[in-house]
Ligand binder design. Structure first.
Ligand code: ZN
Length: 333
């Protein structure tokens, strides 16, 4: 795991690359514009001479410096206007020669005055999230290999078959991943083991990652272990990015298998703090569990359970363990 200092250095390098890209693009645009319209090159030269004229005017102390300055400035404006005109005449946008940084707030420097810009913060979170995920063997699964035909077409007591019900859940998850944005709702997936909760949350993770968002996927046990390692390690002077902050700030956090973690007051409060912090910040979390509502109520405090049921969209997985059918199928071939 990279240290906080290394992550920061890496983030600054990314910003440096962005600035270089911006500069290169502007230089290429200038070359292209000068090739199309040689007059641009003359006009640019004229602009460049302005600063020399300015310096001369100030140093010479001859005549009315103020008047000279105003005249130079006026000429400058005219030259710039002429450049825009020539660009447009040659079918190029009038701002074609301007440098366009990724972040207009800090011009890709990472700082607005002495304050860290949000863009730098975002890069740090992205690198930290990738770091956290590095050691987790994420076998990403797609929606395309979700086997709907393993679910029975025989209606259950509710009158709906697992096949139809799961078909709707599959559609919902696909749409969720396609339309995901940082303030979409969270999801609470419940149901017995082997009904596809992990598969669908991994498929969502894969699509949302592809769409360029930051995602952390982890089992609740693993997350609690990481938080506690840092919490107790920090007392021994361990310096790494605040894991709680990373978990809180990624665009999508997916917590698998709530209820399988070691039960302790530390884990319960860590889980509550995390879920609560994300809900308060309006950031989506997907949580899955094999526990029934009654089991959840027995195990967790009222405040966690009510958060899960009222703040997240519930998806109840039904049917019979598809893994046994999968294994049987695999044996056949
Ligand atoms: Zn910025």
């Amino acid at each position: 795991m990279l240290s906080k200092k290394e992550i920061y250095a890496q983030a600054l390098r990314i910003l440096e690359q962005r600035r270089e890209q911006t500069r290169l693009t502007a230089e290429n645009h200038l070359l292209e514009a000068c090739t199309r319209a040689p007059e641009i090159s003359q006009l640019k030269k004229k602009l460049g001479q302005t600063s020399i004229q300015l310096a001369k005017a100030i140093l010479s102390h001859q005549g009315n410096t103020q008047a000279i300055l105003e005249q130079i400035e006026q000429e400058n404006i005219l030259t710039q206007q002429r450049i825009k005109q020539v660009l447009v005449e040659h079918h190029l946008p009038e701002d074609y020669l301007e440098e366009k940084p990724n972040c207009t707030k800090c011009q890709d420097t990472g700082y607005c005055g002495r304050k860290q810009c949000q863009c730098l913060r975002d890069i740090i979170i992205r690198i930290s999230a990738e770091e956290l995920q590095k050691n987790t063997q994420l076998k990403l699964k797609g929606f395309e290999n979700f086997q709907l035909y393993y679910y029975s077409k025989i209606p259950e007591d509710t009158g709906v078959s697992p096949y139809d019900h799961m078909g709707r859940i599959l559609q919902y998850c696909k749409r969720y991943a396609e339309q995901f944005e940082p303030h979409t709702n969270g999801i609470f997936m419940s149901g017995k083991t082997g009904l596809g909760k992990t598969h669908l949350s991994l498929a969502i993770a894969q699509r949302v990652l592809q769409r360029g968002y930051t995602v952390i996927y982890s089992s609740v046990s693993e997350i609690v272990r990481k938080i506690s390692t840092q919490y107790f390690g920090r007392e021994q002077g361990n310096q790494s990015e605040d894991i709680f902050e990373i978990l809180n700030q990624v665009d999508l956090l997916i917590l698998d298998d709530l209820g399988a973690e070691f039960e302790s007051s530390f884990s319960t409060s860590a889980i509550y703090d995390l879920i609560n912090a994300r809900i308060s910040a309006g950031r989506p979390t997907i949580i899955s569990t094999n526990l029934t509502p009654t089991e959840l109520q027995k195990r967790y405090s009222e405040r966690i359970v009510s958060r899960l049921f009222t703040q997240l969209t519930p998806l109840n997985f039904i049917g019979q363990d598809v893994r046994t059918k999968l294994a049987a199928d695999n044996k056949k071939f």
